[in-house]
Design a protein around this ligand. Sequence first.
Ligand code: AHN
Ligand code: ZN
Length: 342
Amino acid sequence: MNSCFLTIMFSLLLFASCSSPSGSKADAVKNSVQNSAEVAKPADKVNVPVFNADSAYNFVAAQVAFGPRVPNSDGHKSCGDYLEAKLASYGAAVVSQNVDITAYNGDVLKARNIIAQFQPEKTERILLCAHWDTRPWADSDPDPDKRYTPIDGANDGGSGVGALLEIARQLSLNPTELGIDIILFDAEDYGRHADEWRDAVEGEETWALGSKHWAHNTHVKNYKARFGILLDIIGAPNSTFYLEGYSMQYAREIVAKVWNCANRLGYSKYFKMYEGGLITDDHVHVNRILGIPCIDIINCDPQSPNGFGPHHHTVKDNMDWIDAATLKAVGQTVLNVIYNEK
Ligand code: AHN
Ligand code: ZN
């Protein structure tokens, strides 16, 4: 039993209630999201760049080529250097926040949050984030012999970062009205191994260590952003992004803005107007510690064993699970949102 499983149980309960024909909680959520102020706005008049999904795909492949990006490994170090250099090449002021973090099992992780500031002089800002480390163990693999093998993390880790690198490339070509910070968090995925599971509360605290450190030690004093968007596990074919529970709790207006935007752009197949349970992820620290409303766009697949897709935390999380069409839906939506912010 793990927290993902509990999340899924919770999700299934919600999905069960979602499917009832009238007066359901899901309908209420859907209506409240659809009736938000965002819907009443006229059509976008701003020139929004076209998100190049092939470019994003290649950015995912480039990370995977370094091998697993497990903290303290050579692949991790080289990939971190690559990400920092790429972001700097797109004109951002980049800082790496290096910190030793002790994981639940006593491992001391040489963690590195990579922070890219576009137009750092601007006070009105938007935070875009993803984790760049990969899971050290395929602990959800159906084959017990593989449950201590590190994974490629093409989708879990690679996809969110790939989309953000393409967004960074677009930012280098066309400035936004607001300043943008792209933060690649480290040590998200070093949470307790499924074989060592204890309880949900303790389990929760072993994840998202890099973002927790950053939230307590922001790169600038009194860091503020109008809102944040976390991208996690956004590359699989036919992904479904539900209204994630903590995002709804802390940043409902931003959820409405993003999901309505996605639906206007024709991505309703991916962005579902239904609630999908609570997911422990980097955005929780941004919300709780900094009070910055931050949402999580994350694939939810209630049919799969741990709820994030059949490949999740298995050795199959490789480039075979990356689909440019899904990256496009997410990346284009985020571009539309950030270029329309005044
Ligand atoms: C847990 O699995 C506890 N939370 C989902 C967040 C996650 C894991 N993202 C990537 N890997
Ligand atoms: Zn993971």
